[in-house]
Design a protein around this ligand. Sequence first.
Ligand code: ATP
Ligand code: MG
Length: 436
Amino acid sequence: MKRTMTNELSAHVGESVTIQGWLHKKRLLGGLNFITLRDRRGIAQSLVDNKDELEKLRGLQVGTVLSLTGTVTADERAPGGAELHDVTVEVLVPVTDEPPIEIDKPILHKSDNLDTLFEYRVLNVRNLQEQKIFKIRASLTRYIREYLVGNEFVEIDTPKLLAEATEGGAEVFQMDYFGKTATLAQSPQFYKQIMIGAFERVFEIGHSYRAEPSATTRHLTELTMLDIEMGFVQSHQEVMDTVANMTKDVLTRVYDEHEADLKSLNAPELKLADTVPSFTVAEIHEMYTKGTGTDTTTEKDLTPDEERWIAEYARKELGSDLVYATDFPKEAGKFYHKFKDEEGTVAWADLLFRGLEISTVPLRENNYEKMIEQMTAAGLDVSHEGFKYYLQAFKYGLPQHGGCGFGIDRLVQKTVGLNNIKEATLFPRDINRLTP
Ligand code: ATP
Ligand code: MG
């Protein structure tokens, strides 16, 4: 038996073929029995009119795994323009319980319905509309890989079980590790910087863990992060350009490949300018104050409303869904950032996509003595085990480098135009959810 896929039927009109998949839908139409079969490519319709064959399906429910052999007949009303007639049925895996949801109907993504969405996740990922989100997600990460590998970045994998909460901060998961305390990595920050000393350019797509204590529409406790780090950079701008060019390339390719899917998911039209517009935080405060009448010029960081405002401005006035906010105040910087001492700011940019921070793109301090100074000033004990190995990389030579932490889940969320980051995640983890 050679298996034909559901989307290939129209190329086999008049031939006898076998398709295999899940019973997706049963329909009784005035004595005509149509069944829809789903495989990895989509769905196809079959007409089962022989009594004995129909009998094999008696009592069987959606989800039953079937092998159907029949003659391909052209019919423009059928999905794909062809269907199977004179069908012989073979039941591979019978299902006798009716599924708790209608697989053929997508579960609504309204915010008060999200619990239902995840409660039935195992089954609703069988819905074709729901699947589109995760195929788009798979393409986004594939194109990211292709772009970075094409630019001489080496993909690395680094540990997620750590001895110390090296980056600090409150959002750390601690766990018992054979009688000692271990923490889950909040990012691959230290390891990717260490690897600059070997490969110059590295990236990782992996999970990071943050004990975000509240339920927001943009935070997960287990997130998928793209981390990029590149050495021998001449300027912060060079790092920003790399991240911007990658993002533009990936979005363009995904909008091209998934045009129909994105349309059917009501994704916004993609707007990209030749260069990603860039404003300092101070400039945004000024523009926002002028534009809205609400004075933010004494604020240090950007407020969430300012993020939305500058994104709207960039889309409307500059034709760009992407915008950089740069030069964050030095108070917001971390010990491994490059500080611009005269300006009192950090060489740090946030990339906003449709109003949401999707990436933080800083330059790092690469001088060993300066690092020790900055760590000490941040109240850290540089002789601590957790820093010993990290500092070795600096002691034995790191060129000027920079990179980014880039949230894949947020990228998917904003590409598709979903309200909540969890909708962009197969099995999301947040403060209230550890299953499925
Ligand atoms: P935020 O201020 O939005 O909480 P952050 O500045 O703390 O984010 P970074 O440490 O800069 O986050 O992490 C790099 C990127 O990883 C962010 O730009 C974002 O896209 C993503 N990210 C960070 N934390 C989360 C999270 N809890 N859930 C999902 N994505 C996240
Ligand atoms: Mg950030």
